[in-house]
Design a protein around this ligand. Structure first.
Ligand code: BDP
Length: 591
């Protein structure tokens, strides 16, 4: 799905700002038709933001069910005759949308965009009322899963992942135009042959038109062109996109009428690069690449998971300061602004679905009472259907980003029961069918050791989260070092694939100090990370280190969480802990 753009033929209007908002704990709004008039008893709510921390009330923070948002938008008079589209960059975890009295969209999944053609439901020059009901319930069918429990005190949301279940309109809302005949999708695949680059393109369009494409370099000079909805462009003396060098061409897809007049134009940034797994190497443009960076979260005080450009740029600047070259979108697809930034700055991205917490046997982040993960009453065929759909929407949204080099099917699912293979094999196949150009992986969890795990065989790389020295061998880094090294060597032995350690770290309470190895102290975090790094440096197949986490983040309350998860190298407010300086020394020296 293409992002809205202002081009020679298109215009967009951002609908961010303060909307009317009302929680619906009794679930009455849908039967009473709250979209039909102005929301009663509404308070003001910023968009984009999670609503949970805006209001200092537990009933808002822990609300389970529907939340209603409403605004009015004036449709510009000059848009008469255009196709008009209403687009939500994200509504977590599902939403229904009305324009005035008409339902125009319904969407499942909290981290991918959806839109509706509202041309027939709005009148240029007048105002339209836009109402959205956002629902935050996690069930066995949703991605991620959870269980809503009815208790005498009301409904409670239980879930099995280690970050707060923020909800709301987390990303921008747009009203935008396209011409009636318009470009609806573009897919590019790039290649390199010596100094020559290739860009294979496919343009989908609606309405009769002639398709032309023009490829321009970063200075705006035309380097190739083509006609027809599919084709292959060659770029002599190509400037490849590479880690640390976010060089982008732009591909303009044009639609022309029979007289040659321009009907529609859409401009797609294109980075020409290749990705390949060969033996135990991860190659970008044929060169071995070593991932240095973090698992992150979209998370901040007050706004929760609401996208914010200031925070995004600050986080990227901190990653540059510390010498990171990559990150994983743990544990859900991030805002498209984030991937665009990564494209422009040559930051490498592992792009993950929102499938996290699919393991009833592992109860550290929340227990469900169930004993088998993959059954029709737990993670079953309905979950798998939603997971497949999440994969389709992720690939459709992100396939053109050069920064994205690896798809991640799920984080820490139950991976050592035979049903896991049946559940995951079709998901790997779907990724590969939709995008044969990128490797696919799945992040495994600490109980799925090389002799137990049954799903890594499906993957192109080994991706593993390990907590030796934290959840095991707590405080004993010497024992942890032995155990970590033995396990990593066992992975090499078994699969002979590149190993990415996608999480390792220690909760650290900023300001707590200790001379001896003492968990939670800043010194312990430094020592634990240094221990992992020594081991990584001894094993050639390790091609990446992503510390858990970039910054402290919110979780639900728990006896192991002190105001959230404290494994950040930065605090939630983005102050450096001692580890930030130690990691910076290592990563900057490696550049
Ligand atoms: C892993 C998860 C991650 C958690 C982390 C932790 O992938 O989401 O936050 O461990 O326990 O289980 O800190």
């Amino acid at each position: 799905m293409l992002r809205p753009q202002d081009t020679a033929t298109r215009e967009r209007k951002c609908m961010n700002g303060l909307w009317s908002f009302r929680l619906d704990p009794a679930g009455e709004g849908r039967t009473q038709g709250w979209w039909r008039s102005r929301l009663d008893e509404a308070r003001e709510m910023p968009v984009p933001a999670s609503y949970n921390d805006i209001v200092p009330e537990l009933a808002v923070r822990d609300h389970v069910g529907d939340a209603w948002y409403q605004t009015t938008v004036r449709v510009p008079q000059r848009w008469a005759g255009e196709r008009i589209v209403l687009r939500f960059d994200a509504a977590t975890h599902r939403a229904v949308v009305w324009v005035d009295d008409v339902q125009v969209a319904e969407h499942e999944g909290g981290y991918t965009p959806f839109e509706a053609d509202v041309t027939d439901h709005v009148q240029p020059g007048t105002e339209a009322r836009v109402t959205v009901v956002v629902n935050n319930e996690l069930t066995w069918e949703s991605i991620p899963p959870g269980v809503v429990e009815d208790t005498p005190l009301g409904r409670r949301q239980n879930y099995f992942h280690d970050f707060f279940n923020y909800a709301g309109l987390h990303r921008a809302v747009w009203l935008y135009t396209t011409p009636k005949a318009h470009v609806c999708g573009i897919a590019v695949e790039t290649g390199l042959d010596g100094g020559t680059g290739t860009v294979r393109y496919a343009v989908e369009h609606a309405g009769a038109a002639v398709v032309r494409v023009v490829l321009r370099d970063a200075a705006g000079a035309e380097v190739a062109d083509g006609e027809g909805s599919e084709g292959l462009l060659t770029v002599p003396d190509v400037h490849p996109w590479a880690p640390g060098d976010g060089y982008l061409y732009e591909l303009e897809a044009q639609l022309h009428d029979a007289d040659g007049g321009l009907v529609d134009s859409y401009v797609l940034p294109v980075g020409v690069r290749t990705v390949e797994v060969r033996g135990t190497e991860f190659l970008i443009n044929g060169e071995p690449f070593y991932f240095r960076g973090f698992g992150k979260h979209e998370d901040a005080p007050v706004r929760g998971k609401g996208h914010d450009d200031a925070l995004m740029v600050h986080d990227f600047e901190l990653m540059e300061w510390i010498g990171a070259n990559s990150f994983r979108t743990s544990h859900y697809p991030y805002a498209e602004e984030v991937l665009d930034y990564a494209d422009r700055h040559g930051i490498v991205v592992i792009d993950e679905t929102a499938a996290v917490g699919m393991n009833v046997r592992f109860t550290m982040h929340g227990a469900s009472g169930a004993t088998s993960t993959y059954t029709e009453d737990t993670i079953g065929s309905a979950t798998q259907r939603n997971h497949l759909q999440a994969i389709r929407e992720l690939v459709a949204r992100d396939r053109n980003h050069p920064s994205v080099v690896l798809w991640c099917v799920a984080n820490e699912p139950d991976g050592s029961v035979p049903e896991a293979r049946d559940y995951f094999a079709p998901l790997f196949a779907e990724f590969r069918k939709l995008d044969p150009t990128r490797p696919v992986g799945l992040v495994n969890m600490l109980a799925d050791l090389p002799d137990k795990d049954l799903v890594t065989e499906l993957a192109d790389v080994v991706m593993t989260n390990r907590y030796y020295g934290w959840y095991m061998q707590t405080g004993d880094l010497a024992a942890a070092e032995v155990a970590l090294e033995a396990e990593l060597r066992a992975w090499v032995e078994k699969h002979h694939k590149p190993i990415l350690v996608t999480e390792y770290g220690a909760d650290t309470y900023a300001g707590l100090h200790s001379i001896v190895d003492m968990p939670w102290s800043e010194e312990y975090q430094v020592a634990l990370l240094a221990m992992y790094h020594r081991v990584f440096d001894r094993i050639d197949a390790v091609v990446g280190e992503h510390i858990w986490n970039f910054a402290d983040f919110a979780t639900r309350p728990g006896v192991m969480r002190v105001g959230g998860n404290k494994k950040g190298v930065f605090t939630r407010e983005r102050s450096p802990k001692s580890a930030a300086f130690a990691v910076r020394d290592r990563w900057r020296a490696a550049r």
